[in-house]
Design a protein around this ligand. Structure first.
Ligand code: NDP
Length: 243
């Protein structure tokens, strides 16, 4: 039986690229996000290239939907070897704009979504004594900048949760936890920004060559293909020109 990976946020950017990377490495991939048409397209693309893929429309802010995603994966592919908790959003804003709805949304997707993912797969992985949970944080999970307070808060939380999980995992079991922390990657992520001051600071900021989603996908591929005694704790990747 081939190994299986669940990828949240598979409908664009890093999740989409990671799904293709893992499928190329022989994983059966379960694609999860809210936009069904994107998942249908990606499933077809992976299958046309000779890979195995299924999808389930999932909102990561629902613990029930995340549980159903894990169950559907086991039903379809027999097991879950990897969970890539990648879904996220980044509506950066200055605190005094009081964009409370956006703060709520970031907490719900970026933190609770990751927790619900862990809850959905951990019992299965402990039962099998095998598995790998990879959580996508950010350079913003290391450094706070003006406008990133809440987003950074969520990404610091992702790193804390992943590290705490890693420490608690039973060393007798082959279960691993990895943090992936990208710098600036050219994806749709900035489209959630509504604060005009942040947008104008972005457009007037220094230009640089961004990472591509595939650059992060390769890092995820590296983490999953290590031998069982190796746990890649964190991979931090910036564009060469990002300070
Ligand atoms: P994209 O905007 O391209 O992708 C975000 C993905 O998250 C989409 O597939 C979207 O799918 C999914 N998503 C959002 N909300 C939900 C939800 N409620 N339920 C399920 N899926 C959801 O951005 P990236 O690929 O760049 O982002 C992926 C991860 O990488 C995020 O966690 C982000 O914070 C992190 N990151 C990105 C960086 C960058 O520069 N791009 C830098 C550092 C970290 P859909 O809308 O279909 O549900």
């Amino acid at each position: 039986m081939s190994k299986t990976a669940i990828i949240t946020g598979a409908s664009s950017g890093i999740g989409q690229a990671a799904a293709k990377e893992l499928a190329n490495k022989g994983f059966s991939v379960m694609l999860a996000a809210r936009r069904e048409e994107r998942l249908v397209e990606l499933k077809k693309e992976i299958e046309d290239a000779g890979g195995r893929a299924a999808y389930k429309v999932t909102d990561v802010t629902s613990a029930e939907e995340m549980k159903a995603l894990a169950e559907a994966t086991i039903e379809q592919f027999g097991q879950i070897d990897v969970l890539l908790n990648n879904a996220g959003l980044m509506p950066l804003s200055f605190m005094n704009k009081l964009k409370i709805d956006e703060w709520d949304r970031m907490v719900d997707v970026n933190i609770k979504g990751v927790l619900y993912g862990i809850a959905a797969v951990l019992p299965h992985m402990e039962e099998r004594k095998e598995g790998h949970i990879i959580n996508v944080s950010s350079v913003a999970g290391h450094d706070v900048t003006k406008g990133s307070a809440v987003y950074s808060g969520t990404k610091f939380a992702v790193r804390a949760i992943t590290e705490g999980l890693r420490q608690e995992l039973d060393p007798a079991m082959n279960i691993r936890a990895t943090i992936v922390s990208p710098g600036a990657v050219a994806t749709e992520l900035t489209e959630t920004i509504t604060d005009k001051d942040i947008l104008s600071a972005f457009s007037n900021g220094p230009s640089m060559e961004f990472l591509q989603a595939e650059d992060i996908a390769r890092a995820i591929g590296y983490a999953v293909e290590q031998p069982a005694h190796v746990d890649v704790n964190e991979i931090l990747i910036r564009p060469r020109q990002q300070k």
